[in-house]
Write a protein that binds this ligand. Structure first.
Ligand code: E4P
Length: 218
């Protein structure tokens, strides 16, 4: 399973990339706004830190302008993945960019039928938003299962399931159990994955016992 980080904060990306766990990055207009930086500048910097796909989202809503924006974003670096919303204009743009050899991430997916459309439009990634569905009292993970089943029913569809809007480590575990291809994790959730109270307690006890031996490995 690939791990992407869901942030436009380059300090966080650099820090997490050093763990060797970061296979890519996703950004969106809200994350870029939060960074307070120039979009093109921050995108270029992220693409230099991470070799894998870096999602950069268009902000136009009509096909022609989306396509122009997508082409401009794709020129920033060879690992840019253009992110388009799941609308008819977005799907049309996805097809055009994909036919031109650009990787496309279709975002804001909230139904299995939308995911099927994205795959038919040649999306490299589909981004179903699990947390936002859970926020409404719906079951985000049920959507991931449905998309997995549909994509597996039609092996010619090569779109990867990129689970987005992840809020907790449980979302990640469930995504992995279902067989999602990618999870995009906020930095704090990625860090939490290594935490366990028994790991901390066990390590503390091992070190206390080691201290009593008076030995040192180095
Ligand atoms: C990533 O591609 C999405 O834009 C992001 O995961 C959305 O997360 P949110 O629902 O927490 O804003």
């Amino acid at each position: 399973m690939k791990f992407f980080v869901d942030t436009a904060d380059t300090d966080e990306i650099r820090d997490l990339a050093a763990t060797g766990m970061v296979d890519g990055v996703t950004t969106n207009p809200s994350l870029v706004a939060k960074s307070g930086r120039d979009f093109m500048e921050v995108l270029k910097e992220i693409c230099e830190i991470v070799d894998g796909p870096v999602s950069a989202e268009v902000t136009a809503t009509d096909h022609e302008t989306m396509l122009a924006e997508g082409r401009k974003l794709a020129k920033v670096a060879s690992n840019v993945t253009v992110k388009v919303p799941l609308t008819w204009d977005g799907l049309k743009t996805c097809r055009a960019l994909s036919d031109a050899g650009t990787q496309v991430n279709v975002t804001l997916c909230f139904s299995a039928n939308q995911a099927l459309l994205a795959a038919k439009a040649g999306a490299t990634f589909i981004s179903p938003f699990v947390g936002r569905l859970d926020d409404l009292g719906l079951d985000g993970m049920e959507l991931i299962s449905e998309i997995r089943t549909i994509y597996d029913n039609y092996p010619a569809l090569s779109t990867e399931i990129l689970v987005a809007s992840i809020r907790t480590p449980i979302h990640l575990k469930q995504s992995a159990l279902i067989g999602a291809d990618v999870a995009t994790l906020p930095p704090d959730v990625l860090r939490k994955l290594a935490n366990h109270v028994l790991t901390d307690k066990g390590l503390e006890a091992f070190l206390a016992d080691w201290q009593k031996t008076g030995q040192a490995i180095l």
